[in-house]
Design a protein around this ligand. Structure first.
Ligand code: PLP
Length: 405
C-alpha cells in the first residue's frame, strides 16, 4: 500500500498544526480521520440533492432515497448480513447497544437471569447491561482478564449457565488491543441458547466481518471509527430477533398505518427507524465503506499490524516505558506507561511535537481497576501512519521520560 498516496486523501494532514509541525495522528481507536471522498459524499448530498428520504416524489427525494438504500446495501455486503433488513441505522455503537438492552433484553429480564460482559469492556458495552441488571435484579457476571490482557476463557465457560440471557463482548479491547476469540465465545454461548452481542467498534477497521460465519445475534459498530462521519452507526440483528422486538423508536417513517386505536408497523428495517434518519451520515458511511473496500481490509490490517509489531519491538527496548497488556492476539492498539510520569503529561508533551495520542481511562474504568492504574497512554494506528511516525513517537517518549526523571 502506498501510504503517502493514501494519506494525501485525508485533507486534515495537509494542515499544519498550531505549532507548525505535521500532525502525527495516533488516536485512531478514538476516531479515524476522514478522507476527501467521505467529506465530498456528505457535501454532495447537502449541496446537490438534499431531501428527506422515502416520502417525496420529486427528484432530490428520489436521489436521496436511492443513495440511502444503496448505503444500506453496502453495509449489508460489508458485514455479510443475509438481508438488508438486518441492518438498522443508529447514531453509533453506544446507541445500538442501549437499544438492544432496552428493547430486546429488559422487557423479559428477571431477577433469576444473568448477563455476561467482560472486564475489558468500553463503558458503552458495560453500563447499559449493568443498569439493565440493576433495574431487574438480574446478576451481572464479568469475565475476568488474565495478567497478559487476554480473556480468561475457562472462567467464561464457568460463568455460562441456563440463567444467562445475554453475552455482550467486545471484539477488540479499545484500551489494550486484545483481540478476543469470538468463535469460542459464540460457540460456548450457543450451548446455553444465550444471545450474543458483539461490540465491533474497534473491529470494523481491522478485519472483514462476516456475521453469518460468526453466528452472533447482534453486532454493532460506529461509522466514525471507519473513516465515516460521527452520529451514525449500525445495529446488525438476526432477522427473527429484530422482527420479534417492539420498534426501537416510535414515530414517522416506521408505520404502515395509524388509526386512533392502533398502529401497524412497517416491515424491517424501517420498523426500527422512527423519525428522520441521519441521511448525510448514512450516505457518508456508505462512502467510507466503499473507500475501505477499495483499499482492502487485508491491506489495511497488514499495514497497521506491521506498524504495531514494529512499535512493540521499539517499546520493548525502552527503559522506563512499560507496555500494559501483552495479549496473544492483538489489534493495532497499545497501552503504555512512562515511569513516574502521568499519562496526561506524556500526551501533552507529545502534543507539542505534533504527536496525537490519547491519555486517560479510555472509558474502561473496570479495566483500569484491574490493571491497578488511573489511566494509560494509548497509541492506535490507522492506514495513514508510517514507521517514521513510530520513530518520532519513540523519540518523544525518551524525551518525556528523561525530562521527568
Ligand atoms: N465500544 C468500543 C470497543 C469502543 O472503542 C467505543 C469507542 O471508543 C465504543 C464502544 C463507543 O463508541 P461510540 O462512542 O461511537 O458509540
Amino acid at each position: 500500500m502506498n501510504v503517502e498516496a493514501v494519506k494525501k486523501q485525508f485533507p486534515i494532514f495537509n494542515k499544519a498544526n498550531p505549532a507548525g509541525n505535521e500532525l502525527i495522528y495516533l488516536d485512531n481507536a478514538a476516531t479515524t480521520q476522514k478522507p476527501q471522498v467521505v467529506i465530498d459524499a456528505i457535501a454532495d448530498y447537502y449541496a446537490g440533492y438534499n431531501s428527506n428520504v422515502g416520502r417525496g416524489s420529486y427528484w432530490p427525494a428520489t436521489a436521496a432515497t436511492i443513495a440511502f438504500k444503496e448505503a444500506r446495501n453496502t453495509v449489508q455486503d460489508f458485514i455479510n448480513a443475509r438481508t438488508h433488513k438486518e441492518c438498522i441505522f443508529t447514531s453509533g455503537t453506544t446507541d445500538a447497544i442501549n437499544k438492544v438492552a432496552n428493547n430486546y433484553l429488559i422487557p423479559n429480564l428477571t431477577s433469576a437471569d444473568s448477563v455476561i460482559v467482560t472486564e475489558m469492556e468500553h463503558h458503552g458495552n458495560f453500563v447499559p447491561w449493568q443498569q439493565a441488571c440493576l433495574s431487574s435484579g438480574a446478576k451481572l457476571k464479568v469475565i475476568p482478564l488474565r495478567d497478559n490482557g487476554d480473556l480468561d476463557y475457562e472462567a467464561y465457560e464457568q460463568l455460562l449457565d441456563d440463567s444467562v440471557r445475554m453475552v455482550a463482548v467486545t471484539a477488540i479491547s479499545n484500551a489494550l488491543g486484545t483481540k478476543n476469540d469470538l468463535k469460542r465465545i459464540v460457540e460456548a454461548a450457543r450451548a446455553f441458547n444465550t444471545a450474543v452481542l458483539i461490540d465491533a467498534a474497534q473491529l470494523v477497521t481491522h478485519e472483514k466481518i462476516d456475521v453469518q460465519q460468526l453466528d452472533c445475534d447482534f453486532l454493532v459498530f460506529s461509522g466514525h471509527k471507519l473513516f465515516g462521519p460521527t452520529g451514525i452507526g449500525v445495529l446488525y440483528g438476526k432477522e427473527d430477533l429484530l422482527e420479534g422486538i417492539p420498534p426501537l423508536s416510535y414515530g414517522g417513517g416506521m408505520v404502515k398505518q395509524v388509526t386512533v386505536e392502533e398502529t401497524i408497523f412497517a416491515d424491517l428495517p424501517e420498523k426500527h427507524e422512527g423519525g428522520t434518519s441521519n441521511i448525510a451520515g448514512v450516505i457518508g458511511l456508505g462512502a467510507a465503506i466503499c473507500f475501505v473496500n477499495k483499499l482492502g481490509l487485508t491491506a489495511i490490517h497488514e499495514h497497521t499490524k506491521s506498524l504495531t509489531d514494529y512499535t512493540l519491538v521499539k517499546l520493548g527496548d525502552l527503559d522506563g516505558v512499560r507496555i500494559l497488556g501483552l495479549p496473544d492476539e492483538r489489534a493495532s492498539v497499545i497501552s503504555l506507561a512512562v515511569e513516574k510520569v502521568h499519562p496526561h503529561d506524556v500526551a501533552s508533551f507529545l502534543s507539542e511535537r505534533g504527536i496525537a495520542i490519547r491519555a486517560g481511562h479510555h472509558c474502561t474504568h473496570p479495566l483500569m481497576k484491574r490493571l491497578g492504574v488511573q489511566g494509560t497512554c494509548r497509541v492506535s494506528f490507522g492506514i495513514y501512519n508510517k514507521p517514521e511516525e513510530v520513530d518520532m513517537l519513540i523519540e518523544g517518549l525518551i524525551e518525556v521520560r528523561d525530562f521527568f526523571a
